[in-house]
Design a protein around this ligand. Structure first.
Ligand SMILES: *Cc1c(COP(=O)(O)O)cnc(C)c1O
Length: 237
């Protein structure tokens, strides 16, 4: 069933779009089934669960982290992942940067845009993302130090973010059956993505939108990665 699900998604997915298999809450046996069918990129949302699964899977698996990440959990996550998709605060961005500098690494990250109506959802506002992108751009163009965030409510940082590479944006659309609402969310994040890309940031190439229920729509709005759990593994246990 898992192999069949994977193949039917891959048949419809344009070749430039990466399939990220969301394996959270699913046992390792199911992840192995997907691996045997050729899938190599998996995503987890809880640090402990990720750290427990990594040693049980082959070393050529690429793990992404997609959940809320607390700064005291970085060492459970950052050694194992090729991408943190869910960076949702300056505080976290700086903590990842510090960890990376201490450990001689550069960590690839996506900035999570707050989409949808739910109060509890994590993520940056559009203005915060534009501030970070502007600071990055100034850093790369050597006009300013990379650490000058202009947003009034952003914590100023004193560490140039040399330990992180901002690869793009991630967003979760409003949880609704109403596809016109979902489409509006995707339009917003796509517009922001294009705007930041137009600023000429190096490495800013990834737009991670689309889950089991809305990924075809996300692909039409420029997704370069879709994150699919239920559609591959079935309901989470
Ligand atoms: C769980 C999760 C997904 C996958 O959701 P499905 O509806 O099962 O495909 C995608 N993205 C994030 C951030 C998630 O937490």
């Amino acid at each position: 069933m898992i192999a069949g699900n994977l193949h039917s998604i891959l048949e419809k997915l344009p070749s430039g779009v990466q399939l990220v298999a969301v394996s959270k809450f699913h046992p390792v046996e199911q992840i192995r089934e997907a691996y045997a069918a050729g899938q190599r990129v998996f995503a987890e949302s809880r640090p402990q669960e990720l750290a427990a699964k990594v040693p049980q899977m082959p070393a050529d698996v690429q793990w992404h982290f997609i959940g809320h990440l607390q700064t005291n959990k970085l060492k459970l996550v950052l050694p194992y992942v090729s991408l943190v998709q869910s960076v949702d605060s300056i505080h976290l961005l700086e903590a990842i940067n510090n960890w990376a500098l201490t450990n001689g690494r550069v960590v690839d990250v996506l900035l999570e845009l707050h989409l949808g109506a739910e109060e509890t959802k994590q993520g940056f506002t559009e203005d915060e993302i534009l501030d970070i992108a502007t600071a990055e751009k100034n850093y790369f163009s050597q006009d300013f130090a990379k650490n000058q965030f202009s947003s009034a409510n952003a914590t100023p940082t004193h560490v140039p973010l040399k330990g992180v590479r901002i690869r793009g944006l991630m967003g979760m659309a409003t949880n609704t059956e109403d596809m016109s609402v979902v489409e509006r969310d995707f339009e917003r994040i796509e517009a922001l993505f294009r705007k930041v890309q137009a600023m000429g940031l190096p490495d800013f190439t990834e737009l991670s939108i689309g889950m089991s229920g809305d990924w075809p729509l996300a692909v039409r709005h420029g997704a370069t990665m879709v994150r699919i759990g239920t559609g591959i593994f079935g309901p989470r246990v």
